[in-house]
Design a protein around this ligand. Structure first.
Ligand SMILES: Cc1cc2nc3c(=O)[nH]c(=O)nc-3n(C[C@H](O)[C@H](O)[C@H](O)COP(=O)(O)OP(=O)(O)OC[C@H]3O[C@@H](n4cnc5c(N)ncnc54)[C@H](O)[C@@H]3O)c2cc1C
Length: 432
């Protein structure tokens, strides 16, 4: 019987396994060095914050795997030998495969900062990082101050986590405004204020020069080059992005860029080896999307497509319209379609912000045609399926504005803000 081996028990690897099982009785093995069972990485923060126990983050009961005849192996794969179709584990054991799925995820970026490997310095990606965080920052007595380096989605999650344990946080953000490489100015500036309102010591336009050690080799302070300041701390959180976890594949003959290079069928350059999820890099982004998409739902979609291919129905990964969501302390963020930090050629932005400074909307329109290209919303929950349909139907922004209430989750609340949004939009149109 054909043996499908999947390295990685995250959302993408597990989705592939589940769908192969639905479609066939092939032998399936999932390997992971991280945990015995699949858990929701996006819920890591809630474990630290006490909202959930680790057990609650497992989408499937432990008996699920045996019942579905999916074998689990806890081990680190050190090498892939594609000529022999064999894996070599760190303990010297080997395993043969017929088809191999690389679903190996990401790792936290480190940029060669002096002191980056000291005790007390860590990223926030895997379960071991969470255990480390419990050691480094259990409370404000052990951790009198934390410094977070890197202002993205994971950095702000870490700030919120530490804040719930009353640990003072200094947040070093290289950009002159939070996440302004991704978010338009009005949104980014609103988040600067929101972060500061939570008593986070947000330092915009500041980098990390080095991390200093105490006599036991533990981090004791960071140095900021812009000011020469030395900030005493017990934890340094490195959250300057993630990158594909592919170091162990460097000598494998599998084509690598930043990630594992794949075609739209998620096939690598080597027959019977595939890559999906955070670690996969398309030769060219599909429909304007980035070649590497490190988000949860795309891993699931790639897993579903690949299961079809492996079971004989060769299928492309077709992700549809881009969307994403996140949370910045109390503010929920959603994005549908494309809204770039600055309008590109032949694009214009409409921006509206509520007086309470926690809600805003930015809409991107194709200037020449009036076509709706995308929307960012903060603090106002919208319906995914409605925006997905409007993008497919290539509606105009005028149409979207007229029907905006249909896309909202909370009609009572929306009644209150809609007049203000429409007035701003009509005013902008008159002034254009
Ligand atoms: C704190 C945090 C919050 C996030 N929040 C969101 C969110 O709100 N929304 C969202 O869309 N996305 C979010 N993400 C991103 C999302 O979690 C990832 O995109 C997704 O989990 C990636 O899934 P994956 O299956 O590709 O890889 P992973 O989940 O990383 O799984 C890969 C697995 O492979 C194992 N592995 C790697 N190499 C080897 C090897 N050589 N041998 C054995 N095992 C190996 C790893 O240990 C790991 O267990 C968040 C990520 C983090 C870290």
């Amino acid at each position: 019987m054909e043996h499908i081996v999947i390295i990685g028990n995250g959302i993408s690897g597990v989705t592939t396994a589940r769908h192969i099982r639905k479609l066939s009785d092939k032998k399936i093995t999932i390997i992971s060095a991280e945990t015995d069972h699949f858990f929701s990485r996006t819920a890591l923060m809630y474990i630290y914050m006490g909202h959930m126990k680790y057990e609650h983050t497992k989408p499937y009961e432990d008996y699920f795997w045996k019942k579905n005849n999916i074998e689990l192996k806890r081990a680190f794969v050190e090498k892939v030998n594609h000529e022999q179709k064999e894996l070599l584990f760190a303990d010297g054991e080997t395993m043969a495969y017929d088809k191999l799925v690389l679903a190996v995820g990401s790792k936290s970026n480190k940029f060669g900062w002096p002191g980056q490997d000291l005790d007390g310095v860590q990223g926030l990606y895997n379960f071991q990082d969470l255990e480390q965080l419990e050691k480094n920052a259990p409370n404000s007595k052990v951790c009198k101050r934390a410094v977070i380096v890197g202002g993205g989605l994971i950095g702000i999650e870490l700030a919120e986590m530490l804040h719930t344990r009353n640990i003072p946080v200094t947040f070093l953000v290289r950009e002159s405004s939070f996440w302004d490489g991704v978010l338009p100015e009005g949104e980014s500036k609103m988040l600067n204020r929101h972060i500061k309102n939570h008593h986070i010591d947000l330092r915009l336009g500041m980098n990390l020069k080095e991390i200093l050690a105490d006599e036991n080799g533990k981090a004791r302070a960071v140095v900021i080059p812009e000011t020469g300041e030395e900030i005493a701390c017990d934890l340094v959180g490195l959250t300057a992005g993630v990158s594909p976890n592919v170091d162990f594949l460097k000598e494998s003959g599998i084509e690598l860029g930043r990630g594992i290079k794949v075609n739209p069928f998620l096939e690598t350059n080597i027959k019977d080896i595939y890559a999906i999820g955070d670690c996969a890099e398309q030769h060219e982004g599909i429909n304007g999307r980035r070649p590497i998409e490190a988000v949860w739902y795309t891993g699931r979609m790639m897993g579903e497509a690949l299961a079809q291919t492996i079971c004989g129905n060769r299928s492309e990964y077709k992700p549809g319209h881009w969307f994403n969501s996140a949370k910045f302390f109390d503010i929920e963020y959603q994005t549908y379609g494309w809204v770039f930090a600055k309008p590109r050629e032949n694009e214009m932005h409409f921006h509206w912000k509520h007086d309470d400074d926690t809600k805003c909307i930015t809409i991107c329109t194709e200037a020449s045609s009036g076509k709706f290209l995308g929307i960012n919303t903060f603090g106002i929950r919208m319906r995914h399926e409605v925006f997905d349909r409007w993008l497919t139907e290539e509606r105009s922004t005028d149409y979207v504005m007229q029907h905006l209430k249909n896309a909202n989750f909370d009609p009572e609340f929306f009644k209150k803000v809609e007049p203000s949004i429409l007035a701003a939009y009509n005013n902008q149109t008159v002034n254009a």
